[in-house]
Write a protein that binds this ligand. Sequence first.
Ligand code: FES
Ligand code: FES
Length: 214
Amino acid sequence: MSKKDTELKPKPAPESGKGFSRRGFLGTSTAAGAVGSGLMEQTAEAAQGAGGKGITLAGETEITLNINGQPRKVTVEPRTTLLDALRDRMEVTGAKRVCDRGTCGACSVIVNGKVSYGCTMLAIDAQGKRIQTIEGFGNHPVINAFVQHDGLQCGYCTPGMVVAAKALLDRNPRPSSQEILEGMGGNLCRCGTYVGIKQAVAEAAKELRGGRNA
Ligand code: FES
Ligand code: FES
């Protein structure tokens, strides 16, 4: 072998000592992963033992959610969002998944009286809370008002809009024009039907007051 060949030949990666090798790295990270998952299980056990009843850090677990006044059992992972639990595991599909990152409001539900984005709340955190979805609204006047005032085009934002409108009217039966804008401010309509939506909310408020203007 010539001197030139020797110079071009790549040096073998060191397997031990101060050097760093890919095989060594994989071995180390696998061991770290094993330690990490063991630690997680220990932490979960510790949480249970420390009175952290109901805390689950890994694996699936059965929880009970109060949906529209009914207790419903569902099996979820700790990372499962309320929206995913509703849509994918409970067949409650009124709340829509659009942005899936807390910006559009299509996934809106009412939790303990407040509008919440289902895509940003964990299902396990919704235990013990009153969850209202559009399926539980019956013939609420706000639904008819959206139809009467053309408050929708494609309709994808509409369930979330209706939920936000109901939550607004539940806490404020006489919203001003500005209060309607603010109350609906967490919901986006890409079709731009805001004029109809605002009229629908005002009309539903009037209807709920028995037709009185104020
Ligand atoms: S899908 Fe939840 S905010 Fe858009
Ligand atoms: S009606 Fe299409 S996004 Fe609102």
